[in-house]
Write a protein that binds this ligand. Structure first.
Ligand SMILES: [Zn+2]
Ligand SMILES: [Zn+2]
Length: 458
């Protein structure tokens, strides 16, 4: 063991927000990073974590899962600090690779479409280079990650999306648990997170706080939500319309596709085509390769069960598609302008027989949020550079299929682990405030902002 002292925890992103998650731990001359994401709502260099706070290369970085707010900045980090070793679970290494190549394509497109000067922040070559240093490690097997450090890391199932992990770090004289994005309850495909053993000793817990401001504990169960979701789609299909379900490519697309297929197979929905889009299908193939990480009783249909959505930037493709009833699962989940879900909605909102059903969190700054709250007759812009469209469609709703722990679940995790220190991250202001005020069990608690450093005595 090295000499004990203190650990400095610095927030490069994801403090006081759900943003470009990246946290630095420095101790005894060593530095490691937890996650390395990009901010989903910012563009150009602004979407990166505050890398200027990194004075020296990290010894290693760890990735909790493949959502870009946790991994999107890896190639940029690796350009700054070549040869930096990274670690993720084995399925996550595959997913991260796909997500980053997609980010390179999207940034190049945005550079052309919107003239964002800093884009692309990296290209396919940079992704390929970074991925050579991202090593996969199995769940539940502690591993050493630095030759000059007597420390071990371990990935623990987090139940959020395929490959998602909490990260347990046994540092000299101090144990840290970073939850990453975590879910305690079962989704259709994912089981909940692994139950933390009661004897697990954690000095410092770094916990996500996404749903800290959401009082969902009295809400209906997952099954009740599925029933309402099914009833909404049924209503649309019976009147000859199509149902659009905007979904993230990683996690939500695979979950919703299998839920809809299941509802068709049990007769709760009529058999119609179910469409999915490119990145969601690419990630689906990785789910298919790693079914051992899904809930044992989950049935992952073959990808061929789902149709591939065509080029929805071509108006004739959209017109043809909407001629017959179908269920369309399309990115992006929050309906960012110019994405497939926005391009489809642009046509669908003009008639009243379709339906648009959101299945995840909507940030108030997004088109998805504006559409959900639009009244018939309101005008919204779906495609940059195109005129705004008058919304005639009324059947627009939101269903809750969360992949994040509820705040009472987070409180229960904290209660079980009983850490000495708790650092709350990955939540908006209200969520973090609720968590800090209502959980903790007498632990020392911190809600650090970006740029802030906390010193923890070991
Ligand atoms: Zn996530
Ligand atoms: Zn996240």
């Amino acid at each position: 063991m090295e000499t004990h002292g203190s650990i400095n925890f610095s927030v490069l992103g994801g403090g006081g927000e759900v943003g470009a998650n990246c946290f630095q731990l420095s101790f005894n001359g060593h530095r490691i990073l937890l996650d390395c994401g990009t901010h989903p709502k910012k563009d150009g260099l602004d979407c990166l974590p505050a890398f200027d706070l990194l004075s020296r290369p990290p010894d290693a970085y760890f990735i909790s899962h493949g959502h870009v707010d946790h991994c999107g900045a890896i190639p940029y980090l690796c350009k700054q600090f070549p040869n930096t070793r990274g670690f993720a679970t084995i399925p996550s290494t595959r997913i991260v690779d796909r997500m980053l190549h997609n980010s390179a394509v999207v940034m190049e497109m945005l550079a052309k479409e919107r003239g964002i000067a800093d884009y692309p922040l990296y290209d396919h070559y940079d992704v390929g280079y970074a991925m050579r240093f991202l090593e996969g490690r199995p769940f539940g097997e502690p591993f050493s990650f630095c030759d000059t450090l007597d420390a071990r890391a371990e990935f623990i199932h987090a139940g959020h999306v395929l490959g998602s992990a909490s990260i347990l770090l046994h540092l000299p004289g101090h144990t840290i648990l970073y939850t990453g994005d975590i879910s305690r309850t079962r989704q259709y495909l994912m089981g909940g997170c692994k139950k933390f053993p009661k004897k697990l000793h954690v000095d410092t817990l770094i916990t996500e706080s996404t749903l800290g401001a959401t009082d969902n504990d009295g809400n209906g169960s997952y099954h009740a939500e599925v029933e309402q979701f099914a009833a909404a789609i049924r209503r649309v299909l019976h009147r000859g319309g199509s149902a659009l379900v905007p979904s993230f490519a990683l996690g939500r697309t695979q979950e919703i596709a299998n839920i809809v297929a299941h509802l068709q197979e049990t007769g709760e929905l009529p058999f119609t085509p179910i469409y999915t889009v490119g990145l969601g299908r690419a990630v689906y193939e990785i789910y298919d390769r790693f079914t051992e990480y899904l809930h044992p009783s989950a049935t992952l249909r073959p990808l061929s069960r789902f149709e591939r959505l065509g080029n929805v930037w071509d108006p004739s493709v959209v017109q043809n598609l909407l001629r017959t009833p179908s269920v369309i699962i399309a990115t992006s989940g929050m309906m960012t302008e110019n994405t497939p879900s926005a391009m489809l909605a642009q046509t669908m909102v003009k008639s009243s027989h379709h339906g648009i059903f959101f299945v995840g969190y909507l940030d108030p700054d997004t088109l998805g949020y504006r559409l959900l709250h639009a009244a018939p007759g309101d005008k919204l812009q779906f495609e940059l550079g195109a005129p705004a469209v008058t919304v005639a469609l009324e059947d627009i709703a939101q269903y809750r299929f969360s992949a994040h722990a509820s705040r009472s679940d987070l409180a229960a995790i904290i209660e079980r682990i009983r850490p000495k220190n708790i650092i709350y991250v990955h939540g908006d202001e209200d969520a973090l405030a609720w968590m800090a005020a209502n959980t903790g069990n007498g632990a020392e608690t911190f809600v650090p902002a970006i740029g802030q450093t906390i010193t923890i005595e070991t």
